[in-house]
Ligand binder design. Structure first.
Ligand SMILES: CC(C)(COP(=O)(O)OP(=O)(O)OC[C@H]1O[C@@H](n2cnc3c(N)ncnc32)[C@H](O)[C@@H]1OP(=O)(O)O)[C@@H](O)C(=O)NCCC(=O)NCCS
Length: 410
């Protein structure tokens, strides 16, 4: 019999083995595999054998200026000999149901197989994108006086101020995590492939106005000992902070071959640079799921000037608790939601108005929610059949905002 349950102490060696078999991991991450807190791990077992597992880390994810309770899913794997027998699916389904009961509203992950996660209700809905530029080409639009900005090593003591700065920047974007300390330590600051990141913080008048966390990575150039400055985080606020950090990077020209950094799909750095354009070196598509549709809609923020009513009929073939009519009243940047399992949810058979509401698949709604998919574009692709132009206008206005992205690929 297939059983899905939380990770137990006795599973750690097996989970580490599965992890090592499924992914080409840096040695530091093999040490982590199966050694994270037990409450983060889930396994699928049959006949006394653990066939697969995954990891869940709970943290906020910013949308519309508010942190939505999110489950970051990673390390999904099934033993090579047990694939294609339903274990992965059973694991995803059961974990989703439990997360919903635990108050998780949304879930994010980076897939290898989009089809498996789409089957369970995730959809492509944000991206991790990296650009690169030869350091020798770093020239930006003058005049920017960076004289008042210092760039100094980012010490252990600076983490509180830097993470507050990150939060102030990330909250204005769609998609970044509201990182906790454990996430910072493991996902941003920890060594990988034996390389401990360098980290620097920019300050103006004593206040953090930017920072970068990067490793020196082997470069493709022919120069012996040359390297790329490969950023995990590159955040700045204001032209002086950007100029100071770029100046700092330019000081590496020679051995330093390229600056590589994660940034938003529309990166303002592209508009500031005056030399050759950066190239996109990597784009990893992220998938997103509305685990609890009403909770997710109620938790995110909306543009302050939007006042609207949305009536939708959610279709969710995996989590039936999400399925059915939903009414959303958006005003003053917040939404009041009544629908499946929420205040005012229609008791008994759905009303006629509810039954005539526009039907939206939970996957399509996920891509609209993050701001990646535009409602008119979705309609053109046949993804919003029966959704009228008024409803599409409301969807566009409600979910308008910066294109979704995150700095980390996890
Ligand atoms: C991805 C993985 C976890 C899936 O586990 P699994 O036990 O083989 O998957 P299942 O047999 O439960 O299939 C899950 C569902 O996805 C569907 N599916 C599987 N592969 C698919 C594909 N490439 N495209 C579309 N759907 C697919 C199956 O049809 C099944 O749907 P169903 O529940 O309606 O039958 C497993 O193949 C694996 O460990 N791969 C190697 C590690 C890996 O790549 N992990 C993913 C990292 S993001």
């Amino acid at each position: 019999m297939t059983i899905v349950r939380q990770l137990a102490e006795g599973d750690r060696a097996r989970v580490a083995h599965l992890q090592q078999q499924a992914f080409m991991l840096p040695p530091e991450r093999i040490a982590i595999a199966g050694n994270y807190p037990l409450e983060q791990g889930w396994v699928v077992e049959d006949g006394g054998t653990v066939h697969g597992s995954l990891r869940v880390q709970k943290l906020g994810q910013f949308f519309g200026g508010r942190a939505v309770p999110c489950a970051a899913v990673s390390s999904v794997k099934v033993a090579s000999e047990a694939r294609g027998r339903g274990y992965g699916g059973a694991l995803l389904r059961e974990v989703l149901e439990t997360l919903r009961e635990e108050g998780v509203a949304v879930s994010s992950l980076f897939p290898v197989h989009g089809g498996v996660y789409r089957r369970y209700g995730w959809e492509f809905a944000f991206a991790h994108q990296r650009r690169a530029l030869p350091i020798s080409e770093l020239a930006w639009r003058p005049p920017t006086d960076a004289a008042g900005v210092t760039v100094e090593p980012f010490e252990e003591d600076d983490l509180e101020a830097v993470s507050a700065f990150y939060r102030s920047r990330a909250a204005g974007e769609n998609g970044p995590f509201d990182r906790d300390e454990a996430w910072w330590e493991e996902r941003v600051l920890a060594p990988r492939f034996g390389r401990t990141p360098y980290r620097y913080v920019a300050r103006a008048g004593g206040e953090v106005c930017g920072y970068m966390v990067y490793t020196h990575e082997p470069s493709s150039g022919t120069l012996p000992y040359g390297f790329d400055l490969d950023c995990r985080d590159f955040y700045w606020d204001g032209p002086a902070a950007l100029a100071a950090l770029l100046d700092f990077v330019r000081g590496h020209a020679g051995m330093g071959q390229r600056l590589v950094w994660p940034g938003p799909p529309a990166d303002p750095i592209e508009l500031v640079l005056t030399g050759i354009a950066p190239t996109v070196t990597r784009r990893m598509a992220g998938m997103f799921r509305l685990v609890d549709v009403p909770a997710a809609l109620a938790a995110r923020g909306y543009p302050e000037d939007v006042e609207a009513d949305l009536r939708l009929w959610i279709e969710d073939d995996v989590l039936p608790a999400n399925a059915g009519p939903i009414a959303v009243r958006i005003v003053d940047g917040r939404a009041r939601v009544s629908g499946p399992g929420r205040d005012g949810s229609p008791a008994g058979p759905a009303s006629r108005a509810a039954r005539s509401a526009a039907r939206v698949d939970v996957r399509v709604l996920a891509a609209l929610f993050t701001g990646q998919l535009d409602a008119d574009t979705a309609a053109r692709a046949g993804l919003l059949p029966g959704v009228d132009a008024d409803t599409r206008r409301t969807l566009r206005a409600a979910f308008a905002g910066p294109a979704p992205w995150m700095a980390e690929f996890y």
